[in-house]
Ligand binder design. Structure first.
Ligand code: FMN
Length: 365
């Protein structure tokens, strides 16, 4: 439904991966090699999918990954996701390049609200963003570290004339999607209000801010930069986009509260390893209590169950939630969460395991 409703430029932005898309494909293939060995006669009349993350009990063992440009999939898409997350009692990580401010989403009642930080510009820029997240009472800061430069999504790039300006063929294709035009474009192009404050008035439109962001990435960031972020943010701090076991160890030794094993959904480094391939080793490395979240390629409830049994504390979902958003806004995200909940409950019952907290290697053949 999502891909049907969206114009090509947005559908390909959502779906695309970097370069030859080896990683994008492998993120799905990684789930294929594992087989379950189900137990029987175990009274699975009730199944508990609840999970504790950072001391807070959530009804489900996944959260919503940070994604930019949600406002181009659905008008006020960030708030729509935030409302669905609050309703389902799962965390929502809002992106730096979201189309609503961090305080817009903070207003959603009952939300477990995390903020994802991209480093742009210099310390004065990111300290302002961190201050905004603190003011909005975000419960965790997730620093994305896999994007020192922008990944090259060639498929997506073909839709643009230059920078972020769509070419004529993309513009005509937009006009051929009247439902999207009415729901999204009737309100005008959304911008990036968290970043707009860094540009002069009159230059705060989507294209100008996106271009500014691209030219203000911080490829020189290193572990000392992380220490600076740590000093600025008093709360829970994670890094997202970790793809090497040695970096997990460094993150833990740097006193971080957790890491997100992720290859950015195959959108940054093509040929990067799928996190599932070293999840078990990662858990062994950090011990049982360290918060190890994982994303990239999760589409089914059984995918989530598999990762938890391999040692993940929880899973983050990117595209799986965005399909819901693009298909039906708040109702669509809620529906996507319901589908995954039903799939997880069914998988657990068929596996003969009553609680996700009891999942371990014994479920595998
Ligand atoms: C459309 C889109 C936009 C994204 N924007 C961001 C972002 O702004 N910040 C970030 O840290 N990750 C971003 N990501 C990566 C996601 O947080 C997550 O790592 C990825 O979607 C997981 O893979 P999956 O889509 O296969 O679930 C984005 C992913 C997609 C698909």
């Amino acid at each position: 439904m999502a891909l049907h409703r969206l114009p090509r430029v947005n559908a390909e932005y959502l779906e695309g991966g970097a370069e030859e898309e080896h990683t994008l494909r492998e993120n799905r293939e990684a789930f294929e090699s594992v087989r379950f060995a189900p137990r029987v006669l175990r009274d699975v009349a009730t199944v508990d999918l609840g999970r504790t993350i950072f001391g807070q009990r959530h009804r489900l063992p996944f959260g919503i990954a940070p994604t930019g440009f949600n406002g181009l999939l659905w008008h006020q898409g960030d708030q729509a996701i935030a409302r669905a997350a609050a309703q389902a009692n799962i965390p929502f990580c809002q992106s730096t390049v979201s189309n609503q401010t961090v305080s817009d989403c903070a207003g959603v009642k009952g939300l477990t609200h995390w903020f994802q930080l991209y480093l742009y510009g210099d310390e004065s820029t990111w300290s302002r963003l961190i201050a905004d997240a603190e003011k909005a009472r975000c419960q965790a800061l997730v620093l994305t570290v896999d994007s020192p430069v922008h990944g090259h999504r060639e498929w997506d790039r073909r839709n643009y004339r230059s920078g972020f300006t769509p070419n004529w063929s993309s513009k005509i294709d937009m006009l051929c999607h009247p439902r999207w035009m009415w729901q999204v474009m009737r309100h005008g192009l959304p911008s990036f209000p968290n970043l707009a404050q860094f540009l002069p008035e009159g230059q705060r439109d989507l294209y100008s801010v996106a271009t500014w962001a691209l030219s203000h990435q911080v490829p020189r960031a290193d572990w000392s930069t992380l220490a600076r972020v740590r000093a600025l943010w008093p709360g829970r701090l994670l890094i997202k986009g970790v793809g090497h076991l040695e970096d997990i160890r460094l993150a833990r030794d740097a006193g971080l509260d957790g890491v997100v094993l992720s290859n950015h959904g195959g959108r940054q480094l093509d040929r990067a390893i799928s996190p599932l391939h070293h999840l078990r080793q990662a858990r062994q490395l950090v011990g049982p209590d360290f918060t190890l979240l994982v994303d990239s390629g999760f589409r089914r409830g059984a995918d989530i169950i598999q990762a938890l049994a391999m040692g993940a504390t929880g899973v983050l979902l990117g595209r799986a939630m965005l399909y819901g958003l693009a298909a039906g806004g708040y109702a669509g995200v809620t529906r996507a969460i319901e589908l995954l909940t039903a799939e997880m409950s069914r998988t657990m019952a068929l596996l003969g395991v009553r609680s996700v907290d009891e999942l371990n290697e014994e479920v595998f053949a």
